[in-house]
Design a protein around this ligand. Structure first.
Ligand SMILES: [Fe+2]
Length: 292
């Protein structure tokens, strides 16, 4: 760990290494049940299953009997200046009681203010005041849910003019002080690095391996001068290269292929997942610490 990284010994029991997973998408529900594909685990978008009953909950239950699940949310708005939404958190807690996920994640961002929802994952100003604000809220959420939360780094296209920390310093500081874990989206690191002109390996090298519980791998749209985090392409070569670097830094971390648009047939998704397994095997053979 770099000398100036925050000290971060976690006080909670370690979560398991789940292997290689996919985001569970509606168009694959039936196939997952009938074909039992070679996927180690699935990540489900929490908000898609918050309505009790109906087909989505039927598939969730049936798939959850066959595969480990994790819950990934988009609406916690942990960085907002609005009060925490305990109606939402109650629904999340109830869903978790049914799903029994290995863990619950959301994003280190804000999605709205004054009761208005942007339906977007917006970046925060990176400074001490915001660290304190977010840490206090993460601690309250973790107390309420009775478990550690994972926070994901979002991609960004702008930065605030007045901030005193890099994104990676902010991310590390929040997670260390709130004693929460990281969902490190490798593609988001790459997208933000391209948009803001920083070195993505510096970001990865700063983070404490003990905090990194999950990776996201995804594709993006590259417009030359800027990159948009569209999640509608295969994982491109620069993101695979950064994944290799992350494996050498963090060792065995549960890895998920995230695809939200132009979603291919399940066999194609599994091919991409197998590419991740292959990269992992190669890095292990080359000396990465592969035992979780
Ligand atoms: Fe992600």
């Amino acid at each position: 760990m770099p000398a100036n990284s925050p000290a971060t010994a976690s006080t909670s029991a370690p979560l398991p290494f789940l292997g290689f997973g996919l985001g569970l998408r509606t168009q694959h529900f039936q196939q997952v049940l009938t074909q039992s594909p070679a996927v180690d685990w699935f990540e489900v978008v929490s908000e898609n299953f918050m309505v009790a009953g109906g087909k989505p909950r039927y598939f969730l239950r049936a798939i959850g009997e066959r595969y480990p699940l994790v819950m990934h949310g988009v609406s916690m708005s942990i960085g907002s200046a609005d009060p925490l939404n305990f109606d939402y958190l109650a629904q999340l807690k109830q869903l978790a009681a049914e799903v029994q996920p290995a863990w619950i994640s959301d994003h280190l961002c804000w999605t709205g203010v004054d009761g208005r929802n942007s339906h977007d994952l917006l970046p925060l100003p990176y400074d001490e005041e915001v660290v304190e604000h977010v840490v206090e809220r993460v601690c309250r959420v973790q107390d309420y849910l009775g478990r550690q939360l994972l926070l994901e780094n979002v991609s960004s296209y702008l930065t605030f003019s007045e901030q005193s920390m890099s994104e990676w310093e902010f991310f590390a500081e929040v997670c260390a002080r709130a004693d929460c874990l990281m969902l490190l989206d490798i593609n988001n690191v790459y997208v933000s690095a391209r948009n803001h002109g920083f070195e993505p390996r510096e970001y990865i090298d700063y983070l404490d391996p003990a905090r990194v519980q999950q990776f996201h791998l995804a594709g993006h749209s590259d417009y030359g001068d800027y990159v948009i985090d569209t999640h509608d392409h295969d994982v491109p070569d620069p993101v695979w290269a950064l994944y290799r670097h992350a494996l050498r830094r963090f060792g065995a971390v549960s890895t998920l292929i995230e695809r939200d648009d132009h979603i291919p047939e399940l066999p194609q998704m599994i091919e991409e997942l197998d590419s991740a397994r292959q990269v992992f095997a190669e890095e292990c053979a080359a000396g990465a610490a592969c035992v979780s």
